[in-house]
Write a protein that binds this ligand. Structure first.
Ligand code: HEC
Length: 160
């Protein structure tokens, strides 16, 4: 019995170490925020099976792309993923001055950071946003965006 009591603090320390390490591996809070969607312009819809994605950004970003200017700092892109008519998740990209410096060069996606928000606005702690960056880095020539062409096409009516 006495031996067991001696070990309790060690066991507790081990358990909290496991929790902490687990947290560091999975959770990825960063600078990305979930914006007010009402302030954004829905410019294209992507449909795939039971998934419908509404993709939106700011009017300023649309004007910048159309006039060949860099997308302004502070811009959000939001992909609202609907399944069976309800929001399933929000994928967000946000750009900020110098934000790329938060990451090593081999992971960096310009000054863009990525985040997965649940329908209640909390972060999906099980996602490592390096995956987002890895896939979107193949679009470096298009501002790390997959739908830049749709944005250029957009003239006020949602591009399907
Ligand atoms: C395997 C590749 C891949 C991964 C991983 C990925 N994306 Fe994307 N993303 C795409 C594609 C392709 C599109 C275009 C829409 C579509 O086809 O569904 C897209 C579109 C977007 C858009 C709309 C702007 C744009 O680029 O056109 C946002 C915002 C976005 N993704 C955020 C994220 C976030 C956040 C994550 C991680 C949680 C993520 N993506 C992971 C491939 C990926």
């Amino acid at each position: 019995m006495r031996d067991l009591f001696k070990r309790v603090p060690i066991l507790l320390a081990l358990a909290s170490a496991v929790v902490l390490v687990g947290w560091q591996v999975d959770a990825e809070p960063n600078r990305t925020t979930l914006p007010e969607l009402a302030g954004l312009v829905h410019y294209t819809t992507v449909r795939r099976g039971n998934v419908t994605e509404h993709i939106m950004t700011t009017n300023e970003a649309i004007q910048a792309v159309k006039t060949g200017q860099p997308i302004p700092d502070g811009t959000h892109f939001v992909l609202v993923d609907y399944r069976e008519g309800a929001v399933f998740r929000y994928f967000v990209m946000e750009k900020g001055r110098g934000w790329g410096a938060d990451y090593d060069e081999d992971r960096r996606t310009g000054d863009w950071q990525f985040q997965w928000f649940k329908p209640d606005g909390t972060i999906n702690m099980a996602e490592n946003t390096a995956r987002c960056q890895s896939c979107h880095s193949s679009r470096a020539d298009e501002g790390f965006l997959y739908t830049l062409e749709k944005l250029k096409e957009f003239d006020g009516a949602v591009v399907d």
